[in-house]
Design a protein around this ligand. Structure first.
Ligand code: NSS
Length: 430
């Protein structure tokens, strides 16, 4: 039998297979070596008995260091006690490279040490589980929109203007001009929605966040759908359907990884739409009742979001925030122009805001007025205003932060573990 992946072992019970991978761990008891082999799809224990292999091979196995690359042959045996349910009786071992002394050992390491060795830390069981769940979340998001007839449209990453406020822009030279790394693809999706009706972009976005929190990255991925003729209500329905779908997909396909992460599954099983909704006004009352010193008109901090979200067993929408705490493009509520038709979706268990969305201003006059109030220069937004000149329609969209969603679904204490190579305020390496 040629090369087989560990996750496929169940299809090869009783057969001799070849596994190409790395030594995860090894222990010996005189006449037997137990080698934990990982190959990127899983980990399997290989058992090598002295009298069943040549002396050279038995000696080689004894010298193997952690993370040495090896190719093994063995017979697949089912074993209830083995993680994954299978074990290999090893018949052959080939060394590809004997690894130098590996810096990450099974003992505890400090977080800065692990972050400095992120390129190696990714091989650990826990990081591997997160990488696979992240990949599934991305795929399920794409499937959700593709199955509903959305067109994926790519937004530019080098842009002439801000979308989410001018304080978090990364600036760079663009020949004789200034350019900024994109904070959001939204404005471009609004243009694309007028071309294709239902669109989304899914890519990296950049924010020079000067705060050091467990929820902020400088570079994060966001999926941003935008729908022509959709209003605020349609927008929230799309959000809860998306989040419910993604959580169910991970539950269906990645139980073993959730187990590695010791995730409390019962907290995910309740994530079924419809999600509860409260207004900003009600949120303020709830916070005041909980003893928080906050007044109408203030924005929420991470701690406030946690208090609110803890009052529900599934994600909760907070809608209709005051105009002054939200972005320039949000449409005022026609019945109460001091608030806008927006929503934040707060994840439970202290994970905070995972989605920000809104119905957009579709009237040219009002948009111009808002841009002046926000000191945004006309020249670079002229194209955006054109969208209100040529066939303007009501439209809505939102942005779901991928890493915050991964942190919540995986139950991780900090956002730094949700992305392969995090960019944090004090970290650009590796
Ligand atoms: O600023 S947002 O609330 N909204 C937008 O960017 C809109 N332009 C999206 C849209 O309507 N098309 O960011 C959206 C989400 C937010 O809920 C978080 O989940 C995530 O993006 N986000 C972040 N994740 C990690 N790190 C940082 N710094 C961050 N900022 C926002």
């Amino acid at each position: 039998m040629g090369q087989v992946y560990i996750e496929e072992l169940s299809q090869h019970e009783g057969q001799e297979v070849t596994i190409k991978g790395w030594v995860y761990n090894r222990r010996s008891s005189g006449k037997i070596h137990f080698i934990l082999v990982r190959d990127g799809t899983g980990i399997v224990q290989g058992v090598m008995v002295k009298k069943e292999v040549s002396p050279e091979i038995f000696q080689l196995a004894k010298e193997l260091t952690q993370e040495s690359s090896i190719i093994v042959k063995g017979i697949v045996r089912s074993d209830e006690r083995a993680p994954g349910g299978y074990e290999l009786t090893l018949t052959h071992l080939e060394l590809v490279q004997m690894a130098e002394e590996y810096p990450i050992t099974p003992k505890e390491h400090g977080i800065e040490f692990l972050m400095d060795h992120r390129h190696l830390w990714l091989r650990s069981r826990r990081q591997h589980a997160i990488l696979r769940i992240r990949s599934e979340i991305i795929k399920s998001i794409r499937d959700f929109f593709d199955d509903r007839g959305f067109v994926m449209v790519d937004a530019p990453l080098l842009t002439p203007a801000a979308c989410e406020g001018t304080t978090t822009l990364f600036e760079t030279d663009y020949f004789d001009e200034k350019a900024f790394l994109a904070q959001s693809g939204q404005l471009y999706m609004e243009a694309a929605a007028m071309a294709c009706g239902k669109v989304y972009c899914f890519g990296p976005t950049f924010r020079a966040e000067k705060s050091k929190t467990r929820r902020h990255l400088m570079e994060f991925w966001m999926v941003e759908p935008e729908v022509a003729y959709a209003d605020h209500e349609d927008n929230m329905r799309l959000q809860e359907d998306l989040v419910g779908y993604v959580v169910q997909r991970v539950l269906e396909k990645h139980r073993p990884e959730l187990d590695v992460l010791e995730r409390d599954i019962s907290r995910l099983e309740t994530v079924v739409p419809p999600f509860p909704r409260i207004t900003y006004d009600e949120a303020i009352q709830r916070l005041q009742k909980a003893g928080v010193d906050i007044k109408w008109g203030a924005d929420f901090g991470g701690g406030d979001e946690t208090i609110l979200a803890e009052q529900f067993d599934r994600p909760v929408f907070v809608e209709k925030y005051p105009v002054q705490v939200k972005a320039f493009y949000m449409k005022p509520d026609p019945e109460r122009p001091e608030v806008v038709l927006c929503d934040d979706l707060l994840a439970p268990e202290g994970y905070g805001e995972i989605i920000g969305g809104s119905q957009r201003i579709d009237d040219l006059g009002l948009l111009k007025q808002r841009m002046q109030e926000h000191d945004l220069p006309d020249e670079v937004y002229a194209w955006y205003m054109d969208l209100r000149r040529y066939g303007s329609v009501p439209h809505s969209g939102f942005g779901l932060g991928l890493e915050r969603t991964v942190a919540w679904i995986c139950g991780l204490p900090h956002i730094r573990e949700t992305i392969p190579f995090p960019r944090l305020i004090n970290r650009l390496y590796p």
